[in-house]
Ligand binder design. Structure first.
Ligand code: ADP
Ligand code: MG
Length: 709
């Protein structure tokens, strides 16, 4: 009896080094690795086309206007001749279809083409139209012999692959890469590409099986097949990312121990009932409830609080600190700059002045005896609330029992710095990270998906929305007069200049020129001006800033160093110079420096007289809305998610196909699926999740995830 063949006879080939693929070899293999990071057969499979040429759409020669971008015609060569002299020599082929004739021209490699091309044989010609001496022609078109498939109109969408000059020089044109991929797809078993999405999800969202999707993304028969393949692969990317993020969060919830704040006690109630200067907004109350829930379940809180500038995050922070105190714990509040730390200290001390709470300020400039005293107070617990800068992270700052750490203006602090707060105790303190840089929902889900997120989406009542206008250079005198009016009323104004990347010198000159101009309009002793920029020594910068904060100066001329958090409620005008050079989020942050008091505030966006479409769009958004979330969505649309602060280096957004701006619906579905699966099977032990689990295991160490999780 002949031996029975085992059921699975294939040997896996996707991990084979690329040089073993027929038609590659060591030299091309080396280039593929270096130029486009293709190391294995599997990498080639994941090297997706960046566009497709529809080989089924054929133009007729008579219909060509000469203004088309690319054209595709079907017919034959009826004559070839060499024309021109010396370096102008070229091959001209007269090409005919049923409707007319057009010239195909080769200036280079024409000797070779003359030999390769045949007359009176069907060709499919693809190329760009150019006009030469008033006559339309196709220069260096792609020539394909008309095969049965093409002739009968059954031809597929032809994939086009990105390539480089070096690869091309070795014959690895986009087309050649396509041929390699096609050969690989033909020789490999569909079993090679193991499914990683559980079958009920495939069914629920009508997704193609993985192996078919890989086949069809490279070789789609038609538009619909391409769309389906792309949708499946986008879903996969987002789904896998969400599974990882959600697992991270679950793991944290499961393993982390946190202090239990069982009581809302005397300090909180005393403050809330007797010293709260205003009624909390609904959003502030909701966030406090969320924090409260987080701190009673025995796990460590890790919450991101997003709230537009002026939405009242500080009060949430203070009440949270009081909650910690009521449970016998210390709390700290960390700000990114000395000025901000001072402002928080001053504000919070005032609010608590009629209560018995030990509040201290610790920054780099607190030295000597004062510092020693504070360190002692932290260690013995007589200081309940410590407010400060990075100085809080230093080793010598040893709390008696830190239960709550709050970080303000999160984007200035790295993840690593946040983590150092954790190390301050055996059981890590609860962490609340506050940011005024709204992040689009989809982005938050992707990069902060492991944190719990709260949003303050409501402004305190009675705020007058800031009036934003766009003014050009022609209107500068009126703008200056307007500032004068406001200053006369006792208000203050900011005038902000952009930082020019890589040209500190130019920045400085710009700023100085501006300063001189402003000074000419606002001479001493009638007016006083503060100037703040990155080139000043820190103490001088502080002094200038302080003089503006205290109202000794009327006008602040500055570069974007003032962006974060400064609170001068009396300032009512923000003039932004060269607005076209700022990103939307940054403009919004700057605008948030005014509108903090009871007065009507103004933001004046200065630009040159000519503007690009993109700048116009950004300025329109600013003029039309004060809502930071709308602005952040728009910013992401205009610039792409990779440019939103802090995301590029993270690498988390490096999707091959998916795009969180345009694929929101897929992202939502992927998120919901990931949550559903992990809820039922956190450790992925069920047999129907084996494929997914194996995939995650195989990926470990290969991606950015190994670095952050
Ligand atoms: P941000 O969220 O930008 O940190 P702040 O906490 O500095 O905002 O608050 C901005 C201003 O709004 C402060 O002067 C603060 O006292 C005030 N404020 C905060 N919450 C309320 C509220 N519920 N009602 C009225 N004013 C409020
Ligand atoms: Mg703040």
């Amino acid at each position: 009896m002949p031996k029975k063949k085992p059921i699975s006879t294939y040997t896996p080939i996707l991990s084979n080094p690329i040089e073993y693929l027929k038609g590659v070899g060591p030299q091309r293999g080396e280039l593929l690795r270096k130029e486009i990071k293709i190391h294995t057969f599997g990498d080639l499979l994941q090297y997706f086309p960046f566009r497709y040429v529809d080989r089924s759409s054929i133009d007729t020669i008579a219909s060509l206007s000469g203004y088309e971008d690319f054209v595709q015609i079907r017919g034959k060569i009826i004559r070839m001749e060499i024309v021109g002299e010396n370096r102008g020599k070229r091959l001209v082929a007269t090409f005919k279809d049923d409707t007319g004739v057009i010239d195909l021209v080769w200036f280079q490699g024409w000797q070779w083409m003359q030999k390769a091309l045949r007359e009176n044989v069907g060709y499919l010609v693809f190329g760009r139209i150019s006009v030469f001496n008033g006559v339309a022609q196709l220069a260096h078109p792609e020539m394909d012999l008309l095969t049965e498939e093409i002739a009968t109109g059954k031809q597929f969408l032809e994939p086009v692959y990105y390539t480089t000059e070096k690869l091309k020089a070795r014959g690895l044109t986009g087309k050649a890469i396509g041929k390699l991929t096609k050969a690989l797809l033909e020789q490999m078993s569909p079993l090679e590409v193991r499914e990683n999405i559980p079958v009920d999800i495939l069914q629920q969202y009508r997704l193609l099986p993985r192996s078919l999707a890989y086949f069809k993304i490279h070789l789609p028969g038609n538009e619909e097949e391409f769309r389906q393949a792309q949708r499946r692969l986008k879903f996969e990317e987002l789904f896998i990312a969400q599974i990882r993020i959600c697992r991270l969060k679950l793991k944290r919830h499961k393993v982390s121990h946190g202090y239990v704040f069982g009581a809302v006690g005397t300090a909180f109630n005393e403050f809330y009932n007797n010293h709260l200067p205003f009624a909390l907004t609904g959003a502030q109350k909701r966030v406090l409830r969320e924090i409260r829930m987080d701190t009673v379940n025995g796990r460590q809180m890790n919450r991101l609080l997003q709230g537009d500038v002026g939405s009242g995050k500080t009060m949430v922070a203070l009440l949270t600190m009081l909650l910690a105190m009521d449970n016998g714990f210390q709390a700290c509040l960390m700000a990114p700059t000395e000025i901000l730390a001072q402002q928080h200290f001053k504000g919070i001390s005032e609010l608590l002045q009629r209560m018995e709470v030990g509040v201290a300020l610790l920054t780099g400039s607190v030295k000597g005896k004062a510092r020693k005293q504070i360190l002692a107070g932290i260690a013995d617990g007589s200081i309940h609330f410590l407010i400060g800068t990075h100085a809080l992270l230093e080793k010598e700052v040893a709390f008696k029992n830190l239960g709550m750490a709050i970080v303000d203006e999160q984007h200035r602090f790295g993840v690593a710095q946040r983590a150092r707060l954790w190390e301050k105790n055996n059981i890590p303190p609860h962490i609340l990270v506050m940011t005024a840089t709204p992040i689009p929902r989809t982005l938050a889900m992707t990069i902060y998906g492991d944190l719990d997120v709260s949003v303050i989406d409501e402004m305190p009542p009675g705020r007058k929305p800031i009036t934003t206008v766009h003014r050009t250079e022609y209107q500068r005198p009126q703008v200056m007069d307007f500032i004068k009016e406001e200053v006369k009323k006792g208000r203050q104004a900011y005038i902000v200049y952009p930082l020019i990347e890589d040209s500190e010198k130019l920045d400085y000159e710009n700023l100085m020129k501006g300063y001189e101009e402003v000074k000419a309009f606002f001479p001493e002793p009638q007016y006083y001006i503060s100037m703040v920029h990155g080139r000043q020594p820190a103490d001088m910068r502080e002094t200038n800033m302080q003089r503006f904060v205290s109202g000794d100066t009327n006008i602040m001329v500055a570069t974007t160093v003032i962006e974060v958090g400064v609170n001068v409620p009396n300032a009512s005008v923000m003039v932004i110079e060269s607005t076209e050079r700022f990103g939307l989020s940054q403009l919004h942050q700057l605008r948030g420096r005014v509108g903090r008091g009871a007065e009507q505030s103004f933001c004046i966006l200065m630009t040159g007289n000519k503007l690009s479409q993109d700048s116009k769009e950004r300025i329109n958004v600013m003029v039309q809305t004060n809502n930071g979330f709308i602005i952040s969505e728009k910013d992401m649309e205009l610039r792409g998610p990779g440019d939103i602060e802090g995301t590029r280096q993270s690498g988390i957004l490096d999707f091959k196909l998916a795009d969180i701006v345009n694929d929101k619906a897929i992202l939502d579905a992927a998120r919901a699926s990931a949550e559903k699966i992990l809820e039922a099977d956190t450790d992925l032990v069920l047999p129907e999740h084996q494929g997914l689990k194996d995939f995650l295991t195989a990926q470990r160490g290969k991606s950015v995830w190994s670095k952050i999780s």
